[in-house]
Design a protein around this ligand. Structure first.
Ligand SMILES: C[S@@+](CC[C@H](N)C(=O)[O-])C[C@H]1O[C@@H](n2cnc3c(N)ncnc32)[C@H](O)[C@@H]1O
Length: 530
């Protein structure tokens, strides 16, 4: 149970937080004892817990040291780089609402330059959202409302962002701090009329919750699609099937989609395991990864959808947040990508690319030199490049793709991608192979030292010859316990490597790889073929 952090908004609370921040050993017992002599015990407990949350939150927010969190609110919050990237796609929308605002991870990015209404039925979260927005200098333009989002008047808004709470099963509690109550004093001037149901909407129980359960189990196209998808389970997001079962968000996804009937532009944040057939016509799905960590699926209503349609189904986009900003990949139509045995380099696509079903598009974009790594004259890092069908570097956060116009001359003028020199190693496995060391934000490049049909004894011997004593094993498309294989290989030696156990043309296959940036094994050693 979280201690209520709003007591820390008092002068005494702020003083205590400042003292903890200045302490080298803020978690020490002696300090806690000393502080409890000077301050009320509940304040010390809340401040100590808050201090720990702030330290953890540095991973997500540049101003974490001044923000306030509940534990659940922090865990569910969007990170600042992703929130800022998404907020840019709202373009010139001036009046926006952040529905289900939580502690305001998205609000702080949506608010600059806009009039923003933040709504949460959890009073503590609404209050923390206001506080956190003010930490980022957003005060006059931000209003908060304690209400069930279903009861909010959305008239006059240009756009709505909604990040519904994920539910783990029918009747599961929503993720708030469980303290929803009557209205929020700080949200006096409300730009949009709304009837606050706070007080009747206690988190995870009561009317709102039963409506959510009913909607999740309800009839209608979206619900039956959800039920069907739910029965199939979620591929592509191991371990998350239960958590991300379709329809089990609060409010449910079909309610979120219907917002587009009331507001010109809508963006819904969802779990990355979302079945794509749930998406209404004309909506774009964008998978966002922070580095190689797949974080979310973002669903853009037609007014905000800018990706071109992909091979099958909805317009799709894969976006990777890198150290130098977001990079985005959209469909790159063209010839089918051939299948060959692995060559000198193996590309392991980013999970956002794989999940978006854009692996072949990446192959074509690379093969066409479309700025994703063949020769960096392309759009890897130039700010004006927002019009590539295969690779969009969006310093403005917006990708526009017509599949044709490569204004900087990279790619093919006919807009048709040819995967020259880039192939798949199997029709169904998401690895690509090529003979040059591609540098792309959309995949990890590995140099192949050895490649042969998988035979554990042979590979154990070869690994010893190469002096590989530490290895990361990646298994894809084959069964087998990675830890047991690791033990049986009895690795020894000073070098590091990556062992890939997969299928090549449907045959069990092994590869020993190294990072091409590494100087181990001699950079120029050619790939040894079986
Ligand atoms: C996933 S969190 C939002 C996180 C937020 N985007 C951030 O970055 O900090 C979901 C929030 O939705 C709120 N919520 C769930 N159902 C709601 C409803 N029907 N009306 C209003 N708020 C709701 C919960 O209280 C919780 O704070």
């Amino acid at each position: 149970m979280n201690a209520d952090p709003t007591i820390l908004l008092t002068a005494l609370g702020q003083e205590l937080l400042a003292r903890l921040a200045a302490e080298p050993d803020s978690g020490g017992l002696a300090l806690a004892v000393r502080l409890r002599r000077e301050y009320p015990a509940d304040l010390v407990a809340a401040a100590t817990a808050q201090h720990e949350l702030r330290l953890a939150a540095r991973a997500k927010f540049s101003r974490a040291a001044d923000m306030l969190f509940t534990r659940s609110g922090y865990e569910q919050s969007s990170s600042e780089p992703i929130a800022r990237y998404r907020a840019e796609r709202f373009g010139d929308a001036r009046r926006v609402a952040d529905l289900c605002c939580g502690i305001g991870g998205d609000l702080l990015a949506l608010a600059p330059g806009r009039e923003a209404l933040a709504v949460d039925r959890d009073e503590v979260h609404a209050q923390l959202a206001l506080h956190n927005a003010s930490v980022y200098g957003e005060t006059e333009n931000v209003r908060a409302l304690v209400a069930d989002v279903r009861d909010v008047n959305l008239a006059d808004l240009d756009a709505v962002f909604i990040d519904p709470a994920r539910r783990s099963g029918p009747g599961a509690a929503s993720a708030g701090s469980g303290t929803a109550s009557a209205g929020l004093g700080t949200a006096s001037a409300r730009p949009h009329a709304a009837s606050s149901r706070a007080g009747t909407a206690s988190a995870g129980s009561g009317a709102a919750s039963s409506r959510a359960a009913a909607a999740a189990a309800g009839s209608g196209a979206a619900s039956s699609r959800a039920a069907a998808a739910s029965a199939r389970g979620m591929s592509g997001s191991p371990g998350t099937a239960q958590r991300f079962r379709a329809g089990l968000s609060e409010p449910p996804l079909d309610w979120c989609f219907a917002l587009a009937d009331r507001v010109p532009a809508v963006c819904v944040k969802a779990a990355p395991g979302l079945p794509l057939d749930l998406l209404p016509d004309g909506w774009e799905v964008e998978f966002i990864a922070d580095g190689r960590d797949l974080k979310e699926a973002v669903l853009w209503s037609p007014a905000l959808a800018t990706a071109p349609p992909a091979d099958s189904g909805a317009p799709r986009r894969a976006t990777v947040i890198t150290g130098t900003g977001p990079r985005t990949l959209v469909a790159y139509p063209g010839d089918p990508v051939p299948v060959t045995e692995p060559g000198e380099y193996l590309l392991d696509p980013n999970p956002a690319v794989t999940r978006a079903g854009l692996v072949e598009d990446l192959a074509r974009a690379l093969g066409s030199g479309a700025g994703v790594g063949r020769d960096d004259s392309g759009c890897v890092d130039h700010s004006g490049c927002v019009d590539h069908s295969g690779c969009v570097d969006h310093s403005d956060g917006v990708g526009h793709s017509d599949g044709v116009d490569h204004s900087d001359g990279v790619g093919h003028s006919d807009g048709v991608g040819h995967s020259d020199g880039v192939a798949k190693i199997d029709p169904r496995i998401a690895f690509l192979t090529l003979d040059w060391p591609a540098q792309t934000p959309f995949a990890r490049t590995l140099r192949v030292l050895d490649s042969a049909p998988w035979n554990e004894k042979r590979f154990a011997k070869r690994l010893r010859e190469l002096g590989i004593g530490a290895a990361d094993i990646r298994r894809r498309g084959l069964a087998g316990d990675v830890d047991q294989i690791h033990r049986r290989l009895k690795l020894a030696g000073p070098n590091r490597g990556t062992i890939v156990i997969t299928r090549v043309n449907d045959k069990p296959w092994g590869l020993i790889c190294t990072d091409p940036g590494s100087t181990q094994h001699g950079e120029n050693e050619p790939a040894k073929r079986h």
